[in-house]
Design a protein around this ligand. Structure first.
Ligand SMILES: [Zn+2]
Length: 344
């Protein structure tokens, strides 16, 4: 049996997974009634716990110490968590090259496991992170091989497909899977994640504001003070809009067009003006994403008001669309800064 690639991090029980109550409750119910589906599609943004939940489901099903829950400490649990148990296997897409699972890998590694498992436990779980990348609709060879396996379910073998973009999977694959939805994580859960990762509290606010409810993104934005740096850059733009002449704005735009993290700066500026609009509408400090900038937020709220702040949010949103279409960043920014200036 080829070794599973352990691409999941730490001890995890279903009960450890926070902020996903409906999904976890559905899985616990299935375990308790012995109705675990033959194939699941865990659908939701990356970094919200889909893979942890998939491994935790396998662990709960196989743990002999605490059946239906998992203990995280016995020999079976330890092997699962180390990626060494033949009945709980994680198949990540290839990092390099075509990015899909090669059909040879499917034939040599995955299908035989599906055919002969479970090897040691009562059940087996085959987990596919980024299933839309492993089995993309436009490379139907691997997808069709998987489909064939899903169409001939073997008892006690469970497939768990994880995807942030399930619309990129074949409809025929999706329809074979029971869908479990994973949502964005609330701020309190993200604080817990950052705290556990040893991130200084001073970094939490900007990291969570930019996180889009995803733990992976919150951690990336906290790293090296990225979020705070982005906020500084965004506030420079805001200050230039208040005071700058059109000439100075074009100078700023030339500088910004070279910034590698421009989309993130724009996102942070959008968050700032959303807070300005909220503050102008009477939202209290605790309702702001950037609560520690409350003074500046409320000063701007008095100056420009909710309507102009939300007009700026709209202009910035259009900029994001233009970037996505690969518009010339310099020209796009010139237009944007002058347009923002008009709504000030
Ligand atoms: Zn155990």
């Amino acid at each position: 049996v080829p070794a599973a690639r352990p691409c999941y991090p730490q001890t995890v029980l279903l009960s450890d997974i926070r902020g996903q109550n409906p999904a976890i409750a559905a899985l616990e119910r299935a375990l308790a009634t012995d109705r675990t589906a033959h194939a699941y599609l865990f659908d939701g943004p990356s970094g919200v716990g889909k893979q942890r939940a998939a491994v935790a489901l396998g662990l709960a099903a196989l743990c002999p110490e605490k059946p239906g829950k998992g203990c995280g400490r016995c020999a079976v649990c330890m092997r699962i968590l180390a990626g060494n148990h033949p009945d709980v296997r994680v198949f990540c897409p290839r990092d390099e090259g075509a990015r899909n699972l090669q059909v040879e890998t499917l034939r040599s590694d995955i299908l035989p496991v599906a055919q002969f498992a479970p090897f040691e436990g009562r059940q087996a779980f085959l987990i596919f992170p980024d299933a839309d990348i492993s089995f993309p609709e436009q490379h139907p060879e691997a997808a069709n091989a998987l489909l064939k396996t899903l169409e001939e379910p073997r008892p006690r073998v469970h497939f768990i497909l994880l995807s942030a973009r399930p619309d990129r999977l074949l409809v025929t694959i999706r329809s074979r899977c029971q869908r479990v939805r994973f949502g964005r994580l609330p701020p309190l859960v993200l604080e817990h994640v950052l705290e556990n990762a040893g991130v200084a509290q001073a970094e939490w606010e900007t990291a969570i504001a930019l996180s889009d409810g995803r733990a992976d993104r919150a951690l990336a934005m906290a790293e090296g003070g990225t979020g705070k740096h982005l906020l500084e850059r965004a506030l420079v733009i805001d200050a230039a809009l208040e005071r700058g002449s059109p000439g100075r704005l074009i100078g700023l735009s030339e500088e910004l067009a070279k910034a590698q993290d421009l989309p993130l700066i724009v996102e942070m500026l959008t968050i700032f003006y959303r807070d300005v609009a909220a503050s102008a509408l009477g939202v209290a400090r605790r309702g702001l994403l950037l609560a520690s900038e409350q003074e500046r937020v409320s000063e701007q709220a008095r100056k420009i008001g909710a309507a102009r702040a939300s007009a700026r949010v709209r202009e910035l949103g259009q900029l994001g669309e233009l970037f996505a279409k690969n518009a010339n960043p310099q020209i796009t920014l010139d237009h944007l800064l002058l347009a923002l200036r008009r709504v000030s």
